[in-house]
Design a protein around this ligand. Structure first.
Ligand code: SAM
Length: 345
């Protein structure tokens, strides 16, 4: 009798893990909390700062994230747009820090930012419960950096932000750099030095066809092999073993033991088979792949008054439909209707 009543209290439709139809376990949720950005990076934006999609209230993000966590999500990364622009960010992090995974542990809480507002926010973010940040930087010299962001003074602001984040303990601190041939590919060796001098992990990310304009070609994308070879010539590298099967970055240590770089190569060495991610856009749509042609309106379901149980069922069914892989560079490849800044990078 006691056992029967306990069983009936358990969430009936909740599976033990969130999986897709290709057998992948999904435990990583990226949530965009605004698609506004204070930078206009030349490879990302056409020049507008404004939002294209609505934002949800902070407690609405919280409810939706909690549903994913109920289903097995263990890592949440807040992104945008630029998440540091979002009013209520610290309240959201404080609440997320109280959530527990299905195993009863704290969530792994991370945030991706351009770092422009990080200098004053690093300590409050840490105090609110954020574990670590990834800062996007596409150059290590001020003129190139500011040509890319189209914001004067941005390089020094971000450098101060990086140092403040490290001092606040938002570590391991990662710097993500997107390389484009003819724009900033002369920065490769400089970034290797930067990783060592600033004690950060620099990760180069191959440019994907997710820009607002039409810039992407296979040739503009600087591939993994070229990056490794160039750094290795000036500062010898050795490949590090992956820490887990789902690791997206190939990691390399400098052979003198001082510092590490990583390369994320979705174009030349796609890792879709190990993908463990889903995304929630700022307007509450689930995207099961960066390159999805369809979005799933979770917020729409919530607005009609569906219960948590119904929404969890919707999430489970949606994640089942996750695409096997992207088709970048193949004949017939279609860009998604949203660009990176409006999906949440
Ligand atoms: N504003 C935050 C930031 O700058 O990190 C978060 C949003 S931004 C869209 C997230 C990341 O996506 C940045 O590192 C940016 O360089 C990267 N990104 C933008 N467009 C990209 C593209 N087409 N291919 C690869 N990465 C891209």
């Amino acid at each position: 009798m006691a056992i029967a009543s306990l069983t009936s209290l358990a969430p009936a439709a909740t599976p033990s893990r969130l999986t897709d139809s290709h057998g992948r376990v999904i435990h990583d949720l990226r949530v965009s909390i605004t698609d506004r950005c204070n930078y206009k990076c030349v490879y990302c934006r056409t020049g507008e700062l404004g939002a294209q999609y609505p934002e949800l209230a902070i407690d609405e993000y919280l409810r939706l994230i909690r549903l994913f966590v109920d289903l097995g999500i263990t890592k949440v990364r807040l992104t945008g747009g630029e998440p540091l622009l979002r009013r209520g960010l610290l309240d959201l992090i404080r609440e997320l820090a109280t959530l527990r995974t299905r195993a009863g542990e704290r969530l792994d809480l991370a945030l991706t930012t351009n770092g422009h507002l990080l200098e004053s926010l690093a300590d409050p973010l840490k105090a609110a419960g954020l574990d670590r940040v990834t800062v996007s930087m596409d150059a290590v010299d001020a003129p190139t950096f500011e040509r890319i962001t189209r914001v004067p003074g941005s390089f020094n602001a971000v450098l101060r932000g990086v140092r403040a984040a490290r001092a606040a303990g938002l570590t391991p601190l990662k710097i993500n750099c997107v390389l484009l041939r003819g724009f900033n590919d002369d920065q490769v060796e400089g970034f290797a030095r930067f990783a060592r001098e600033e004690d950060v992990v620099v990760r180069f990310i191959e440019f994907m066809p997710l820009e607002e304009g039409r810039l992407w070609t296979p040739d503009i994308c600087v591939g993994l092999r070229e990056i490794v070879d160039r750094i290795h010539q000036v500062m010898p590298l050795k490949l590090l073993p992956p820490r887990d099967a789902g690791e997206t970055a190939r990691r390399y240590a400098f052979t003198d033991g001082n510092g590490e770089i990583g390369i994320i190569a979705p174009v030349t060495q796609a890792f879709c088979g190990a993908c463990s991610r889903v995304r929630l856009t700022s307007d509450g749509k689930i995207r099961t792949c960066l390159f999805s042609q369809v979005e799933h309106d979770l917020y729409g379901h919530m607005r009609t008054g569906e219960s948590d149980e119904e929404l969890r069922t919707y999430i489970v069914r949606t994640v089942q439909q996750k695409e096997a892989r992207h088709h970048i560079g193949e004949p017939g490849f279609l860009k998604p209707s949203r660009s990176m800044v409006h999906i949440g990078g």
